[in-house]
Design a protein around this ligand. Structure first.
Ligand SMILES: [Zn+2]
Length: 64
């Protein structure tokens, strides 16, 4: 699966979920594809927000 192929809605959802996880350490948002939870990682100056299901949706970026 190509991770870059996500819809605009999915991208926004991941952004919002990532923001929740950074701010509150948790999010009530669920993956729109499979209903699973999201998780957020930071590695140095880059970050990643992804669905906990392997090979589902994710976004990565640099800086916040
Ligand atoms: Zn998912």
């Amino acid at each position: 699966m190509d991770f870059s192929v996500i819809t605009e809605e999915e991208f926004d959802l991941l952004l919002d979920a990532g923001e929740d996880l950074v701010r509150f350490g948790k999010t009530d948002r669920k993956c729109s594809r499979c209903g699973n939870d999201f998780e957020h990682f930071t590695r140095g100056s880059s970050y990643q927000t992804k669905c906990k299901t392997i090979d589902c949706i994710e976004i990565t970026g640099r800086g916040i």
